[in-house]
Write a protein that binds this ligand. Structure first.
Ligand SMILES: C[S@@+](CC[C@H](N)C(=O)[O-])C[C@H]1O[C@@H](n2cnc3c(N)ncnc32)[C@H](O)[C@@H]1O
Length: 233
């Protein structure tokens, strides 16, 4: 049986360090662990979830595919299910950026013993990058995946120091440096969303409308500036 991964999770899989143990925190459907072991990318995956329903379904899939020697199912919250140094890569995908940084912060002693974090935040992406850099990680690789019209950023981080500009926090130091082939259209879409939002609220009244408008206009200008630079390069 072949397991089909969508582009988002394929990008996560590509950033995993091959040949070594992996943890997938909040695995839900368990597609990533199954893909990693069935394709010989990882010899062993620890897969966890803190919700009973997804966890039980994930266990059933492991049983059905007779993968219980390669996929170790653990029920629990965040990185608490791991012992220090147990895995080389920790994947956390499909969750908000704040939740991902909280999961890392809550078990920092375990997180720092892994070689690489592979993270796919659904939102608050710049806050997650800031959290990483402020807490001794450097961003070593990034990707953008597009799936059914939605764009996703994927971040790989390892221990080390780096500086991060506002531009890099928002659109990724590696994505910008490598001019990722999807970056331009991703930023154009972000700009179109922002402009629509600015249009929507520009004739509204209210205590915080002007402040909110200023923030949105600043963001739109920032994107236009980066797009201009990318066009010239
Ligand atoms: C939207 S799903 C994402 C599933 C999969 N990682 C993906 O990217 O497709 C989020 C899953 O994370 C689980 N989850 C949320 N917070 C968690 C935590 N602190 N520890 C473990 N699992 C968590 C949820 O129960 C849910 O099954």
């Amino acid at each position: 049986m072949q397991i089909h991964l969508d582009n988002r999770l394929l990008s996560v899989a590509k950033l995993v360090l091959p040949g070594k143990a992996v943890a997938d925190i909040g695995t839900d459907h368990n597609c990533l662990p199954v893909y990693l072991v069935m394709n010989g990318i990882s010899p062993k995956v620890i897969a966890s979830d803190k919700a009973r329903g997804p966890f039980n379904n994930a266990c059933q899939l492991v049983e059905l595919l007779s993968l219980d020697k390669q996929i170790d199912m653990r029920f629990g919250d965040g990185l608490q299910i791991l012992r220090p140094g147990e895995v080389t890569t920790i994947c956390i995908s499909g969750m908000g950026g704040h939740l991902i940084s909280n999961i890392i912060a809550d078990s920092l002693d375990v997180a720092v013993t892994t070689k690489r974090l592979v993270l796919q935040p659904q939102n608050n992406i710049s806050s997650l990058r800031r959290y990483l850099v402020d807490n001794g990680w450097r961003i070593v690789a990034e990707d953008i995946a597009v799936d059914r019209g939605f764009y996703y950023q994927i971040i790989a981080a390892e221990r080390g120091a780096m500086q991060l500009s506002d531009e890099q926090a928002e659109f990724g130091p590696c994505l910008l440096a490598n001019k990722h082939p999807l970056l331009f259209e991703y930023m154009q879409l972000k700009l179109a969303d922002l402009c629509a939002l600015i249009d929507q609220i520009s004739d509204k009244q209210g205590p915080n409308v002007q402040e909110r408008l200023q923030v949105l206009l600043l963001k739109a200008n920032q994107i236009e500036y980066i797009l201009g630079k990318l066009r010239k390069e």
